[in-house]
Design a protein around this ligand. Structure first.
Ligand code: MN
Length: 731
């Protein structure tokens, strides 16, 4: 639901929009505010050449779209008159009343806070804005709409102003819009800012989206159709609304850049939204969706039981469509939907009455809480820290001496910066200055800093291997690796051979030299290496990651060279405590068997496998009981016990799946989800299916610390009135 992106707006269009609305507006007051502002700004023009009044008109229009009240629309119309014309606040008060004057004053004062300065001050400014909005939230909503219109018309401004404004918007206004939950504004100002801050990346994503446009639309259409058809059979008060959408460009960029994922790996690039009438129908819909499509584990989130701090509520899950393409499904009620789209402004747009200022008070309580929590401490540093961590954008923007902006993930340092400018700048770097001062290469950059990279003229100068451990971005890492790959083959061969020898020794792999090439043949082929030297070189520059293939090598070695169980047992693992003690030894490689899924506290027994260490079963596991009965290889079963810390310490987390049968299917998912949320138990999967006898079968996968916590969870679920029984899978 995008706001209409009109840059030019007339008073007639505004009046028409007011007349079309069912709400009661004081039309004559709004028209006289318009006439007053038009006269006051009469001689001024915008950078676009348009009369200045087009700006307050457009801001008023956006606020009208948000459903704001008469006084807010009037104040928006007048928001620049005190600042930019001879008009005084007294005049505004006399003509339009105390409320409008207070709003105009608030917006004018906000405009005077210098926003883009040093970082500490930036946080302080954000605090001022938060304080201003606790007086009257409408002030900040006007300011956000003012900024939105300025962003929409930013192309008329000179280039250096564009960057500064975009940066300020990204750093300050977008986080505030997010905090207030006004998604429509947040996404639009983020996308526009991003287009100015990183036009290259913006265009790239835009192009990628365009190329696949037809494909995408037909995919979303087919999903929508399948869901709509299936829901028609279910008993809903009225058919749910099913919408499909693509994430915002900046949203996609954040995922791709921050998490180093390719476009294909961004699951929620496609999203389908289902809007229903009640909370019960939300959970019902979730059950239907999980029945129709295969859910991806660990992607289920219940923001209904646990709302986000900006009041956002929905159920989120990611499933795989029949075409094999994953997509996110968001399920919510209409009420939750309005809050998700308009945040705090939804109060005006969808709640009854415009006068209900008292009710508004209670909805504003949460904003006050934020600020009051910060006022309890006198420690200014602490306040700044809190706001910074609350409102910190996930990116740092630093400048080149020429003023180009380089955007990097938070925590990035000089090396990342240098490689982000150009590969050659990174490779030739010998030092750097930040704001004119020399710094070390691991210096962490902050937004607004100017970074000058000092490069070497020496043609042989190159990066240092240690940089690989210092730099934060994948871009820098891969560029450094590729330099070593090309420039330092001999060095890489020596380093790679050493590494392989070390790893083999650690894992007790002793392959005779003359058989080594044969032993490694598969892996060499897999990495397109023709000779052993090629393979060593690949290990040396990091193109082949040994740790990823050691398990396979150990298996192969066990198969070809190890003939005694004793030797299998000698494959002691690298990692420290596994949580299991075997024969008095703590560090034996163990794995938990899939058949019975033992948890700390269970009675257990170990089985010596060929090449995978010891697999741990429960003593009442069918597989164990059968093996003992058959008398097959009894010598391979050994006593194992839980290590002290695995029972007392809650750090290791185990996945457990519960099968629940209940007599009720409407409320049950909601109840289970709520119970687990109360117990702070993370849920990775939750699905429901109707059984032939009318009962429901619910499968829920949770993360738990051990048997005692699990027993508690099971007891709580058993207490739910409609639950018939609860079973741990694999018993
Ligand atoms: Mn303005």
């Amino acid at each position: 639901m995008r706001l209409k992106a009109e840059t030019v707006c007339t008073i007639d269009a505004l009046i028409q929009k007011i007349l079309d609305d069912d709400k009661q507006y004081d039309l004559s007051k709004i028209i006289s505010a318009y006439e007053f502002a038009a006269k006051a700004h009469a001689n001024q023009v915008r950078s676009s050449g348009e009369p200045y009044i087009t700006h307050p008109l457009a801001v008023s229009f956006i606020l009208l779209e948000l459903g704001m009240d008469t006084d807010t629309i009037c104040a928006a119309m007048l928001h620049d008159v005190v600042e930019d014309t001879d008009t005084t606040l007294e005049e505004v008060k006399k003509l339009f009343g105390q409320d409008v004057a207070m709003l105009v004053d608030g917006v004018t004062k906000l405009g005077k806070i210098p926003l883009f300065t040093k970082e500490e001050q930036q946080a302080e400014n954000v605090r001022k804005i938060l304080l201003a909005m606790s007086q009257d939230i409408r002030v900040i909503l006007i300011k956000l709409c003012d900024r939105l219109h300025n962003m929409r018309t930013l192309h008329f401004r000179p280039a250096h102003k564009q960057r500064a404004t975009a940066l300020e918007t990204m750093n300050i206004y977008a986080p505030i819009a997010h905090r207030l939950g006004v998604r429509t504004i947040k996404e639009e100002i983020e996308d526009i800012s991003f287009r100015y801050l990183d036009p290259y990346a913006y265009n790239e994503i835009e192009q990628l989206l365009k190329i696949k446009n037809d494909e995408r639309e037909s995919f979303i259409d087919s999903i929508k159709r399948q869901i709509t058809e299936r829901f028609a059979e279910a008993n809903f008060t009225r058919p749910p609304q099913v919408d499909g959408r693509v994430k915002s460009i900046y949203g996609i960029y954040k995922k791709a850049f921050m998490q180093g994922k390719s476009m294909d790996e961004i699951y929620d690039k496609y999203a389908v939204r289902i809007i229903v009438d009640s909370v019960i129908e939300c959970y019902n819909s979730l059950g239907i969706i999980h029945d129709m499509f295969r859910p991806i584990p660990n992607r289920f989130k219940d923001y209904i039981a646990t709302p986000k701090s900006n009041m956002y509520q929905s159920l989120h899950t990611t499933v795989i469509g029949r075409e094999g393409i994953p997509f996110e499904v968001q399920i919510r009620t209409w009420d939750m939907h309005h809050t998700a789209e308009y945040g705090i402004a939804a109060h005006w747009k969808y709640k009854e009455g415009i006068k209900g200022k008292d009710k508004l008070e209670s909805r504003l309580a949460w904003i006050r809480q934020i600020i009051e929590a910060q006022q309890e401490t006198d420690d200014v540093e602490e306040i700044v820290r809190t706001i910074k961590s609350d409102l910190a954008p996930e990116e740092t923007f630093a400048f080149t001496p020429k003023g180009d902006i380089i955007s990097l993930p938070n925590g990035a340092n000089i090396i990342d910066f240098a490689y982000a400018i150009h590969t050659q700048v990174g490779n030739k770097m010998k030092g750097a200055k930040v704001d004119g001062k020399l710094v070390s290469l691991d210096y962490q950059l902050s937004t607004g800093e100017i970074v000058e990279i000092i490069t070497s003229k020496d043609p042989d100068h190159g990066p240092n291997r240690a940089w690989l451990d210092i730099c934060k971005t994948n871009e820098a890492k891969s560029k450094i690796r590729s330099w070593f790959k090309k420039e330092r083959r001999d060095e890489n061969i020596i380093k790679g051979r050493e590494e392989l020898e070390k790893e083999f020794k650690r894992n007790y792999i002793r392959v005779p030299d003359e058989e080594l090439e044969k032993f490694l043949a598969d892996d060499m082929k897999r990495h397109h290496c023709n000779t052993l030297d090629d393979f060593y070189a690949a290990i040396g520059y990091g193109g082949v990651i040994l740790s990823r293939m050691m398990q396979r090598m150990k298996d192969k070695y066990a198969k070809l060279y190890a003939h005694h169980e004793q030797e299998v047992k000698a494959f002691t693992p690298k990692k420290s405590s596994t949580g299991i003690v075997v024969d008095g030894e703590e560090n034996v490689l163990v794995k938990y068997s899939q058949c019975c899924n033992p948890l700390p506290g269970d009675d257990i027994i170990g089985f010596i496998t060929r090449g995978h260490g010891v697999s741990v079963h429960k003593k009442d596991c069918e597989n164990y009981l059968n093996a003992i009965k058959s008398g097959n290889e009894p010598e391979r079963w050994i006593e194992v016990t839980w290590a002290e810390n695995s029972i007392n310490n809650s750090t290791p987390i185990y996945k457990v799946t519960l099968d629940i049968v209940a007599s009720e299917n409407i409320l049950i998912l909601a109840e289970i989800s709520k119970t687990l949320a109360e117990l702070h138990v993370p849920v990775s999967e939750l699905s429901v299916r109707e059984l032939k006898n009318g009962n429901s079968s619910i499968v829920v996968t949770i993360n738990t610390a051990g048997v005692s916590q699990l027993n508690n969870i099971i007891t709580r679920i058993k207490k739910l009135p409609s639950v018939i029984h609860v079973d741990r899978t694999g018993k």
